[in-house]
Design a protein around this ligand. Structure first.
Ligand code: ASP
Length: 337
């Protein structure tokens, strides 16, 4: 039965790393836009929630102050290095990352794959800027710190906290453009906060942290990988242009269960012949692209992304291509990560 820290016990020591986003956004800071993301420092976000001091001993670091649409793999790798460094410190019990919601799922998945620690790593954002009526940032931040502070959150990889829900970084997706409860996972959250205490119903089934095929210290440069979303009449020359740009991998997000129109399949075959790895994914919000199901992955030498969406498939492929470009090995990685 999970228990909250009791009085008399030292509080867990948590570092909150700020990267920007709407959680640090302000309407007052701009006259040209509805609001501007990433203008408040993480220290200001913490100061707005005095009750955090009852949950944990907190210090903060400001790594970026950006709208998360500007997030990229080099920045995600630097963040993973920063979180790993902090998690390795003896006087740090957990790390919380504040982040914009737009690309939060990709960053959280990169941390899930790359940060080798059993200590809780929690990523949190907000849909409304800090100075909006009904801002969700303060409540989400408090919830994230409560999750990070609790011993049952150890060993689960990176977690994403939204409202009372605790999601696995692998499975969570932003699924609404504006609602406060904008996030969901195919099989639901891992657990939820009740009475300020996390209650877990599931644990992540796929590899994370030290168990992954990829190692942060060994990655200098992630591979160039493009996502191509097929729609009716996608000109196949777009595939050729992506190959000409130097991409080493293409994630194809097809309709339905990852279907590929014949002309696009022919262009992807040309890409494959040029050594580019092709991962077959779906543009549909939820569901599995099963290997060999409705498409001859063996015949085309493609990789099936299973239930990993195209944007997370890009993260996994960009990292995995640093260790292998063998489609069979990559399929194993997609099947287990
Ligand atoms: N554009 C913002 C960002 O991702 C949206 C948000 O945080 O909700 O940084």
């Amino acid at each position: 039965m999970p228990t909250a820290p009791t009085s008399g016990q030292p509080l867990p020591r948590i570092v909150v790393v700020g990267t920007g986003g709407t959680i640090a956004g302000s309407s007052a800071a701009t006259t040209t836009k509805r609001y501007q993301a990433g203008v408040l420092g993480v220290a200001d976000l913490l100061a707005a929630v005095p009750s955090l001091a009852e949950v944990a001993e907190i210090r903060c670091e400001q790594l970026y102050q950006i709208d998360s649409v500007e997030m990229d793999l080099p920045r995600q790798l630097d963040l993973a290095r920063a979180v790993s460094r902090l998690a390795a410190e003896d006087d740090v019990d957990a790390v919380v990352v504040t982040h914009g919601t737009d690309t939060l799922e990709e960053t959280a998945y990169a941390l899930h794959l790359l940060v080798d620690t059993d200590k809780p790593v929690v990523v949190v954002g907000a849909m409304r800027p800090a100075d909006a009526a009904g801002a969700d940032g303060p409540g989400n931040l408090l919830a994230a710190v409560r999750v990070a502070a609790h011993p049952t959150s150890r060993g689960l990889g990176a977690l994403v906290v939204v409202g009372e829900e605790i999601h696995s970084a692998r499975d969570v997706r932003k699924e609404h453009t504006s609602r406060v409860d904008a996030f969901g996972s195919l099989t639901g959250p891992l657990g939820e906060l009740a009475g300020g205490v996390p209650r877990y119903a599931h644990i992540p089934a796929r590899r994370h942290g030290a168990a992954t095929a990829v190692t942060l210290a060994a990655i200098d440069q992630p591979a160039a990988v493009e996502v191509l979303v097929t729609r009716a009449e996608l000109p196949p020359q777009i595939v050729d242009a992506v190959v000409a740009s130097g991409a080493r991998g293409i994630v194809h997000a097809g309709p339905g269960a990852g279907n590929v129109p014949e002309r696009v399949a022919a262009a992807l075959d040309r890409a494959r012949s040029a050594g580019v790895v092709v991962v077959r994914s779906s543009r549909v919000a939820w569901g599995t692209v099963a290997r060999g199901d409705a498409f001859d992955d063996d015949g085309h030498d493609f990789v099936a992304a299973a239930d990993l969406g195209p944007y997370k498939a890009r993260v996994l492929l960009a990292l995995a291509l640093t260790i292998t470009d063998d489609p069979a090995r990559l399929q194993q990685i997609f099947d287990t990560h």
